[in-house]
Design a protein around this ligand. Structure first.
Ligand SMILES: *[C@@H]1O[C@H](CO)[C@@H](O)[C@H](O)[C@H]1NC(C)=O
Length: 168
């Protein structure tokens, strides 16, 4: 419940900045490929020496922990062993994005990047589909099916506006 509340907060923020109307970023990959799961915190106030950042998957399995600017894989779930890349050079910028490699269909589902120190949680929904795109790395974001993405954004925007009218 707490998590949901936090997510709601960050949703409102993206709604108003109109960069993404959905509170959940969607990324796509294909079996054997790799994909970037973004987690960028820009609002400042991160603790000196680096915050704890917890990446979890749909089963609440440990994908990666980042503690004091260091990746900690000691408690990482075996299914992610050797498959998660992290970028310490970006931590000081609040960028805790990871790359998951050697994707499997079972990796599909929601992922959450949680930074308790600043009460931040970010959700990314990963879809690993059987369709193979030879030798290309899928890009994050709504790259595939622009028209489809646009109409779902419009629909979401409409429902946001309608529900906002109830609130105001
Ligand atoms: C965050 O880090 C990832 C991984 O290195 C990088 O690909 C991405 O461009 C960075 N994003 C920003 C906004 O700095």
């Amino acid at each position: 419940m707490m998590n949901f509340r936090r997510l709601e907060g960050s949703c409102l923020l993206v709604v108003f900045s109109l960069t993404a109307v959905s509170c959940q970023v969607q990324v796509e990959g294909f079996p054997g490929g790799e994909v970037l799961l973004p987690c960028i915190y820009r609002r400042g106030g991160l603790p000196q020496g680096g915050p704890n950042v917890f990446w979890r998957d749909k089963d609440d399995s440990i994908v990666l922990d980042i503690k004091a600017n260091k990746a900690d894989t000691s408690l990482q779930n075996k299914k992610f062993t050797g498959r998660v890349e992290t970028f310490p050079e970006f931590y000081p910028k609040g960028n805790f994005s990871i790359v998951i490699k050697k994707l499997q269909e079972a990796d599909s589902g929601p992922y959450e990047c949680n930074i308790p120190a600043v009460d931040y949680a970010f959700r990314v929904k990963l879809t690993v589909s059987g369709r193979r795109v030879a030798m290309t790395t899928p890009r994050p974001g709504p790259a595939g099916g622009a028209a489809e993405g646009l109409s779902s954004i419009l629909l979401t925007l409409l429902s946001v506006l309608l529900s906002a009218r109830h609130v105001l």
